[in-house]
Design a protein around this ligand. Structure first.
Ligand code: 13P
Length: 251
């Protein structure tokens, strides 16, 4: 039985004061449960989030990291820095980073390996654009992305990795993939990991769905056979809706 993992990607939202408000609301509502919960605030909010999350079961994650270890890379944030503020997870390869910052599968793969080497866990995003879906090449796109981002991984690496399937056309658009559309791609990803690693590894592998997940659609999505969690954008910015999504993951 795979554990459900619900992560909130705050993107470029919430200053430190707003972060404190949101974390405090989440803390007062969140029940202890069998569901793993992760919040990924912006870099500037990680320290306050870490302080406020102490003693809770909520994990802290970052939204990206530099592939460089240290040095003259203005504006970058290193793996060591994220470790030092208590991050357990790092999102890499989000479609917004692929689109606006031209991140390639190769770079994402390098970042993910470094995250694993540090003892943190990567949440690696993949997903097709609307154009690619309409051309009928979703499977090819996802296959190339998954093979690229997992290149050189061992079974042990895979066990600490999450893939988030986020169809680009469903992000921030209010358009959600239907549960069946999402599950079909999740099944493809699971099959691929079975071929690349082993069926045993694939069975245990956590695959999240992301793209306009909200309280109204969470339950149905999260009960599909191959959907093991959600990477939530807009709806994680309010405690009530994020908690409602977490509730939707309960068996
Ligand atoms: P929305 O939930 O706002 O569509 O964003 C999804 C996402 O990109 C999470 O990483």
């Amino acid at each position: 039985m795979r554990k459900k993992v619900i992560a909130g990607n705050w993107k470029m939202n919430k200053d430190v004061f707003e972060t404190a408000d949101l974390i405090n609301s989440l803390k007062s509502f969140l029940p202890n449960s069998e569901i793993e919960v992760i919040v990924c605030p912006p870099y500037t909010s990680l320290v306050i989030a870490q302080q406020l999350l102490k003693g809770t079961q909520i994990h802290l994650g970052a939204q990206d990291v530099s592939v460089r270890d240290d040095g003259a890379y203005t504006g970058e944030v290193s793996i060591k820095m994220l470790k030092s503020v208590g991050c357990d997870y790092v999102i890499v390869g989000h479609s917004e980073r692929r689109q606006y910052f031209h991140e390639s599968n190769e770079l994402i793969n390098q970042k993910a390996k470094k995250i694993l080497a540090s003892g943190m866990k990567p949440i690696i995003c993949v997903g097709e654009t609307l154009d690619e879906r309409e051309k009928g090449i979703t499977d090819q796109v996802i296959t190339a992305q998954v093979k690229g981002v997992l290149a050189g991984f061992t079974s042990a690496d895979l066990a600490k990795t999450i893939i988030a399937y986020e169809p680009v056309w469903a992000i921030g658009t209010g358009k959600t993939a239907t549960p069946q559309q999402a599950d079909d791609v999740h099944q493809l990803i699971r099959k691929l990991t079975g071929q690349l690693f082993s069926w045993n590894d694939a069975e245990k592998f956590v695959i999240q769905y992301g793209g306009s997940v909200k309280p109204e659609n969470a339950k149905e999505l999260l009960h599909m056979p191959n959907i093991d969690g959600a990477l939530v954008g807009g709806a994680c910015l309010k405690a009530e809706s994020f908690i409602a999504i977490i509730d939707g993951a309960k068996s």
